[in-house]
Design a protein around this ligand. Structure first.
Ligand code: IMP
Length: 180
């Protein structure tokens, strides 16, 4: 897609907020830390679909240690409890027992999805689990999460692009855009 400062996704208008260049540089920095921290290990990256597909592809190409990648999804079923929406983790078709796991997520908002995912994955007794997120909205966090790798902290605004969507659309831009 051609680079534009303002885009329309469905009925909403967004302005560019993080350039492709800035994203790539942030990813390189995080990947350098992962390469250092996981030296001598063979991590499994678990990328959460759909939003993290572009981030995961760029991140993995900066990783030097031997590694595997697998993709998980959250079911579209939405149950509710007192803390909010909880969705089930589906599609984990790799044995993570005794392995170092890095969850690759596009964005952490309230953190409820991630907290639930951690709980589910821990039941399989991995050696360790760390979180790697492209974006984090710190002011929205509702749970205590140890987020080891975060490329970018953003304000509490809705963003699209670089894999993130608004109602299914807007994933196919190289830059990230904020709702105006
Ligand atoms: P959480 O459980 O509130 O942390 O929700 C995280 C999920 O909400 C992400 O994986 C995204 O699918 C979605 N999400 C949260 N904020 C945004 C946003 O600004 N743009 C696109 N999707 C978002």
């Amino acid at each position: 897609m051609k680079r534009r400062r303002i885009i329309k996704v469905k009925d909403k208008t967004f302005a560019i907020s993080i350039s492709e260049r800035a994203i790539k540089s942030q990813i390189r920095h995080v990947a350098e830390r992962i390469n250092r921290d996981y030296e001598g290990k063979e991590p499994i990256f678990l990328a959460v679909l759909n939003g993290s597909f572009i981030f995961a592809a760029d991140l993995l190409r900066e990783i030097d240690v031997p590694c595997e990648i697998s993709f998980i999804k959250l079911s579209s079923y939405v149950g509710t409890n007192t803390t909010g929406k909880v969705r089930e983790v589906i599609g984990l078709n790799i044995d993570i027992t005794g392995r170092p796991v890095i969850i690759v997520e596009d964005i952490i908002d309230t953190g409820l999805t991630m907290a639930h995912m951690l709980e589910t994955l821990k039941q399989q007794n991995p050696e360790s689990i760390n979180i790697c997120t492209l974006l984090l909205k710190p002011s929205k966090l509702k749970v205590d999460l140890d987020i080891r790798y975060c490329c970018n902290q953003i304000p509490d605004d809705f963003v699209v692009g670089y894999g993130l969507d608004y109602d299914g659309f807007g994933r196919n831009t190289k830059d990230i855009y904020t709702l105006i």
